[in-house]
Design a protein around this ligand. Structure first.
Ligand SMILES: Cc1cc2nc3c(=O)[nH]c(=O)nc-3n(C[C@H](O)[C@H](O)[C@H](O)COP(=O)(O)OP(=O)(O)OC[C@H]3O[C@@H](n4cnc5c(N)ncnc54)[C@H](O)[C@@H]3O)c2cc1C
Length: 451
């Protein structure tokens, strides 16, 4: 636990405050949440009730109905789970900074969870500066805290892998479950009133053009558990072989739940290890994605402030792409053509339709999808911006370090130079022939043929 705790300011506890507050943001869950357990321990120590606060804002750049529906479905269920543990869960109609500053006035201390993205780091910094009590940030997003693994931006998965694997066993530990000594559920505290996620949606003014996808992915811990059970019982035994095949359904489908912190990756891995040996090749393959690549993405965003910009890709990659700016492009599409899947490429269109319809594109198609943007725009910077825009707008798991690292990978990050070719230079290339050779890709097109 110690390596997960950071005090973000030098302020003193206000021992006459009414409560200990956990301002929840990244880890929206009642179990396997180090920040929550730390806050319970503090509440017991200070003999003050614990209140968990979520600041609900519509001022977030990417606010839309699709992703707010998923998140709010999860928060409504979370309230029930926290109340079961005797903890009051309060939703405030406020942004993170002003909501936290406001509640700090009556609090002993504030605890919050960790997020690796710039905006959310800035929020925490501002709160730390402006309140008069301590702000503790508790890491519960990674299995191993990022700085402990490496003090620098790691260039490849192959360089971070041994560092993570070295520490992994020590960190594959269940999160100690603390019992709150003072129940706070009856505490009178100002909150918005809600029974359903719709009540919460009615309070905010967001982009309603991106439709919810609850029939595919309903938000909440219970749904995450359901996907995890199916994964362990029906898919994991073939994960290594089939996870990359977009015509087969062998991914866990957990990324939306992981993204909103509705389920912890640590918990997922420990559940898997109840049924499988850690040396099993499928478990190894899953750990490679859910721990190595996922935590590499956090390393990337933490140590590279340009993670969501074309300028953040490696110098060799920029150089080679720019050497080929003058190459003939057979197709150049507008953002609108791309957004509504109006290209000449049926495979690409199917991937975009999968995204529009279900809120989650298959991993293999995400690589193909982003690579093609390089081919179909006049400058790789435009391609990078389009990829971020579409990914953040439509993917339920978007606005995540994985997304920025995934897009950046398609532009050379965490990859090596390949053979020189048109437009791409030395950036790894993908084409439709590869899809045809490897998969029964026509089946995928049949499944996602119209919006
Ligand atoms: C261009 C591009 C954009 C991407 N955008 C996102 C995004 O916005 N959000 C997102 O979570 N992932 C993103 N990924 C990574 C990956 O495609 C998804 O994590 C995966 O498809 C999620 O489905 P799953 O949970 O069913 O995957 P599973 O195969 O079941 O993987 C389990 C978990 O491992 C992690 N994981 C899997 N693959 C990767 C990877 N390549 N990098 C980092 N972590 C990984 C995820 O947390 C995932 O939920 C992107 C990849 C690319 C190439």
């Amino acid at each position: 636990m110690e390596s997960r705790i950071k005090k973000l300011n030098h302020k003193q506890f206000n021992n006459s405050g009414k409560y200990v507050v956990y301002v929840m943001e990244a880890s929206q869950r009642a179990y396997f949440n180090h920040a929550l357990e730390f806050a319970i321990a503090l509440s017991n120590e200070k003999k003050k009730p614990l209140v968990v606060v979520f600041n609900l804002t519509d001022k977030f750049r990417f606010s839309n109905l699709r992703y707010y529906t998923f998140m709010l479905e999860g928060l409504v269920k979370l309230k029930y789970l926290l109340n079961q543990r005797g903890i009051n869960f309060v939703i405030k109609k406020s942004d993170y900074i002003s909501g936290s500053i406001q509640i700090a006035k009556d609090s002993v201390v504030i605890v919050t969870d960790r997020n690796y993205l710039k905006t959310q780091r800035h929020w925490r910094q501002k709160v730390a500066e402006q309140i008069d009590i301590p702000l503790f940030e508790i890491e519960s997003d990674c299995i191993i805290p990022i700085e402990l693994v490496s003090q620098k931006k790691e260039p490849y998965a192959s360089t971070i892998r041994p560092k993570i694997l070295n520490l992994l066993n020590n960190f594959l530990q269940p999160v100690d479950h603390q019992e709150p000594k003072i129940k706070s559920t009856d505490l009178e505290i100002e909150s918005v009133n809600f029974k359903s996620h719709q009540d919460l949606l009615n309070l905010i003014n967001i982009d309603t053009t991106v439709k919810p996808v609850s029939e595919f992915y309903e938000g909440g811990y219970d749904q995450a558990e359901k996907f995890l059970k199916i994964f362990i019982e029906q898919k994991l035994s073939h994960y290594k072989e089939y996870r990359s095949d977009p015509t087969k359904d062998y991914q866990s489908e957990l990324s939306p739940y992981i993204h909103f912190g509705q389920i912890s990756v640590l918990y997922i891995v420990l559940e898997i290890l109840k049924h499988y040996d850690i040396r099993d090749e499928n478990v190894q393959s899953f750990i490679n994605e859910a721990v190595i690549w996922r935590e590499l993405a956090r390393n990337f965003c933490y140590y590279n402030p340009m993670y969501n910009h074309y300028e953040g890709i490696p110098d060799w990659a920029k150089q080679t792409l720019e050497d080929h700016l003058g190459d003939q492009r057979d197709y150049v599409y507008s953002l609108e053509d791309l957004e509504y899947a109006k290209t000449h490429d049926v495979y690409w269109n199917a991937a975009q339709i999968q995204l529009l319809k279900t809120g989650k594109m298959h991993n293999y198609m995400r690589m193909y999808w982003a690579k093609k943007l390089i081919e179909w725009t006049s400058h790789p910077k435009i391609a990078f911006d389009y990829a971020c825009y579409l990914n953040d707008k439509y993917e339920l798991d978007g606005r995540d370090p994985n997304g920025y690292a995934g897009i950046s990978w398609c532009f050379g990050t965490h990859d090596r130079p390949w053979f020189e070719r048109q437009i791409f230079g030395k950036i790894r290339y993908m084409n439709d022939k590869g899809l045809e050779r490897k998969f029964d890709i026509k089946e995928y097109v049949k499944k996602y043929s119209s919006i």
